[in-house]
Design a protein around this ligand. Structure first.
Ligand code: NI
Length: 155
């Protein structure tokens, strides 16, 4: 499992670079490792800066699937936004409400280099926006209100 960087770490605040070679050994190895790490940590998404790489790669959990998105770009946003609660693996036990677009359309490359266009709403749209923010060095606490710590039960 990969080590997840937590706040404050300057890597989390850097803008990530576009991936030029999808087929590189590094990228091809990183995708399953990031997916496994996300699942083991019980996350719904993970962005490459969180494991120390400032490159534009995210993995998200969607229903029973895991989707790796290389160079994701949000090309369309709904008129309306909505508030809902978020957390982040880089801020253990911290939660807060964030206002996000209700629907978005994202383009990305899959691990084979094929281009996709995906429209999502609600929770899926929220996760994608959260992870794409990571690639810009933007963290959910920057946008959140009602931030609160929820320590796990030890009993
Ligand atoms: Ni996060």
């Amino acid at each position: 499992m990969l080590n997840i960087l937590t706040n404050p770490n300057p890597i989390l605040r850097q803008k990530s670079e576009t991936i030029k070679d999808v087929n590189s050994a590094e990228i091809q190895a990183l995708i399953p490792e990031m997916t496994e790490t996300m699942l083991e940590k019980d996350g719904v998404g993970l962005a490459a800066p969180q494991i120390g790489k400032n490159i534009r790669l995210i993995v998200i959990r969607y229903k029973d699937d895991n989707i790796a998105m290389i160079n994701p770009k949000i090309i369309n946003k709904s008129l309306f936004k909505e508030w809902d609660e978020e957390g982040c693996l880089s801020f253990p036990h911290l939660f807060g409400d964030v206002k996000r677009y209700k629907k978005i359309t994202v383009t990305y490359l899959d691990p084979s280099g094929k281009e996709h266009k995906l429209s999502g709403e609600g929770f899926l749209a929220r996760v994608i926006q959260h992870e794409v923010d990571h690639l810009e060095g933007i963290l959910f606490v920057d946008k959140a209100r009602n931030l609160h710590k929820l320590e796990p039960d030890n009993d």
